[in-house]
Design a protein around this ligand. Structure first.
Ligand SMILES: *Cc1c(COP(=O)(O)O)cnc(C)c1O
Length: 447
C-alpha cells in the first residue's frame, strides 16, 4: 500500500510486522500505528520549514495516545491542546510547557488556572470574554498570561462544512476588526501579555489558496498593530493541512507531499523579512496516514441484490464514515491474486444503527468469514473519537517500530466499562425491602 504498510509475501504489514501477528496478539478490532511513519511525517514537515523560527505544536486532538505524543516530543515537537485533559497528556508525555499552546473556544477558569500554573507558551484566546476571565485568573495567581488572539479571518477553507473554522459565521476566533480595535484601545491588560495573533481556518485543506488569504490578513493586522506600538512578536498559523485518503495511489501520495512543499514555500514568501516567531499546529498531517484500523469479517450475507460484509469493528470504533461521510480505503490483509474480479459490497459494523456503515457498494475482492481487513488512513480523528456505544469496549492501540511492536493501550475490559457506573443507594441490594412499588413511592415522599 505504501512504504510503511507494504505487502510482503501477500500479507499486509505495518512497518516490519505482519498484521496477522498483531491480530493474534491483541484480537480484533484494533488500531495500529507505524512509528516509522509518524517520525517520517514529522521530519518531512519540520524539514519543509527548516530555517524558519518555528515551533511545531502537534495538535493532540488528532491522536492523543501517550506513545504517539512522546514519539513527537522526542523529535522536538511541542503540543497544541484544547482541554485540560490534553494539557495533562502533553505534560505527562514530556512535552515542555514552553512548547505548549492552549486553543479552544470554551476554556473553563479551572483549565486556564492549570495551564497558567504549568507555564505554557501561549493561550490562544477566542473571545474578549475569555480574555477578561484569563486576566482575572492570572491576577489571582500573581502571574502573567502570554496571549495570542485567535482571529477569524473570514476565509472559507473550501473543506467540509463540519471542519471549516475560519468563516465569519463560525464559532471560532475573534472578528479581525474587533480584535484590532480592542488592541489599539487596550495596549495592556492586567495579568495579560499580548504576544501574538493566531488563525486556524479548518481541517483537511487540500488547497493552499485559502491559507494564503488568511495568513496575509493576519500579517497585515500584525504589521498594523506593531506599527501602532503593540509589541507583538509571534504568529500562530494553525494546522489543517490535508492528507490523501487514497493512500494506496502513488500519485495521491505525491500530491500530498507536494502540498506540504507548496505550503512551506507560500509561508516562506509571506513571512520573509517579518520579525515574528512562528507556531504551526499540524494534527492530521502527522498521524492520519500512519495508522490503520484492523477488523475481521464476521459474516457475509446477501439481502436481495446487495451483499453485506459484516465486520467486527463498528461506528463506535471509527465514527468518521457515519459522522462526516468520510471515505477510508478498505484493503484485505491477504492480497488477492492478480486479476481477481471485484464486486461491490456494503461493509457494515454490528451496531444497531443504519449509519453504522463503513462503505456502500465498494468494489472488493471476494471475502470470507474470518478474513482480516484494514481501514487505512485511520491514524487521525479515529481512536480519539471512539466510544463504548452499544457497550462495546474501546479497542486497543498498537505501535510498531521496525520489527518491534508494543500494545500502547490495552483493550478496555468489561469490568472497567461496567465498573464506572454506580448504583444509587435505593438500588443497592440492602435496599431491596424498599422495592415494593408502594414503598418506593413513600420513600420518594410522593404519597
Ligand atoms: C484541530 C485543530 C488543529 C489541527 O487540525 P488538523 O486538521 O488536524 O491539522 C490545529 N489547531 C487548532 C486550533 C485546532 O482546533
Amino acid at each position: 500500500m505504501s512504504q510503511f504498510f507494504p505487502y510482503r509475501d501477500g500479507r499486509l504489514q505495518v512497518s516490519g510486522v505482519a498484521i496477522e501477528r498483531l491480530a493474534e496478539a491483541v484480537d480484533t478490532p484494533f488500531y495500529c500505528y507505524s512509528a516509522d511513519a509518524l517520525e517520517e511525517s514529522y521530519q518531512t514537515f519540520a524539514a519543509a520549514l527548516s530555517g524558519l523560527p518555528a515551533t511545531i505544536c502537534y495538535a493532540l486532538k488528532a491522536n492523543s495516545n501517550q506513545a504517539v505524543i512522546k514519539t513527537f516530543a522526542d523529535l522536538g515537537a511541542g503540543a497544541d491542546v484544547v482541554s485540560e485533559g490534553e494539557l495533562r497528556r502533553a505534560l505527562a508525555a514530556g512535552v515542555p510547557a514552553e512548547r505548549i499552546v492552549f486553543a479552544g473556544v470554551g476554556k473553563k477558569g479551572s483549565e486556564l488556572a492549570t495551564a497558567l500554573d504549568a507555564g505554557i507558551l501561549q493561550f490562544n484566546v477566542e473571545s474578549l470574554s475569555e480574555l477578561k476571565l484569563l486576566s482575572q485568573v492570572a491576577q489571582q495567581r500573581g502571574t502573567t498570561a502570554p496571549v495570542a488572539l485567535r482571529i477569524n479571518p473570514d476565509v472559507d477553507a473550501g473543506t467540509l462544512d463540519q471542519i471549516t473554522t475560519g468563516r465569519a459565521d463560525s464559532k471560532f476566533g475573534i472578528d479581525a476588526r474587533e480584535a484590532r480595535d480592542f488592541l489599539l484601545r487596550n495596549r495592556s491588560l492586567p495579568g495579560i501579555r499580548f504576544d501574538g495573533l493566531a488563525v486556524h481556518i479548518g481541517s483537511q485543506l487540500t488547497d493552499v489558496a485559502p491559507y494564503r488569504t488568511a495568513f496575509q490578513r493576519l500579517i497585515d493586522l500584525y504589521l498594523e498593530l506593531r506599527g501602532a506600538g503593540v509589541p507583538l512578536r509571534r504568529l500562530d498559523l494553525g494546522g489543517g493541512i490535508g492528507i490523501s485518503y487514497k493512500h494506496h495511489l502513488q500519485q495521491q501520495i505525491d500530491e500530498a507531499a507536494a502540498r506540504v512543499r507548496d505550503y512551506a514555500q507560500m509561508v516562506r514568501g509571506l513571512v520573509a523579512g517579518l520579525d515574528a516567531e512562528l507556531v504551526f499546529e499540524p494534527g492530521r498531517l502527522l498521524v492520519g496516514n500512519a495508522g490503520l484500523l484492523v477488523t475481521r469479517v464476521l459474516y457475509v450475507k446477501d439481502n436481495s441484490e446487495r451483499r453485506f460484509v459484516i465486520v467486527d469493528a463498528a461506528m463506535n470504533d471509527l465514527i468518521r464514515p457515519s459522522l462526516y461521510d468520510a471515505w477510508h480505503e478498505i484493503l484485505p490483509v491477504r492480497s488477492p491474486a492478480p486479476d481477481t474480479p471485484l464486486r461491490p459490497v456494503d461493509v457494515v459494523g454490528p451496531v444497531c444503527e443504519s449509519t453504522d456503515t463503513f462503505a456502500k457498494q465498494r468494489p472488493l475482492p471476494p471475502l470470507a468469514e474470518g478474513d482480516l481487513l484494514v481501514f487505512s488512513s485511520a491514524g487521525a480523528y479515529s481512536f480519539v473519537m471512539a466510544s463504548t456505544y452499544n457497550s462495546r469496549p474501546l479497542p486497543p492501540e498498537v505501535l510498531v517500530r521496525g520489527e518491534r511492536f508494543a500494545v500502547v493501550r490495552a483493550r478496555m475490559d468489561y469490568d472497567t466499562m461496567i465498573g464506572q457506573d454506580r448504583l444509587p443507594d435505593w438500588l443497592e441490594d440492602g435496599a431491596s425491602a424498599d422495592r415494593q412499588p408502594g414503598a418506593r413511592v413513600r420513600a420518594r415522599g410522593v404519597a
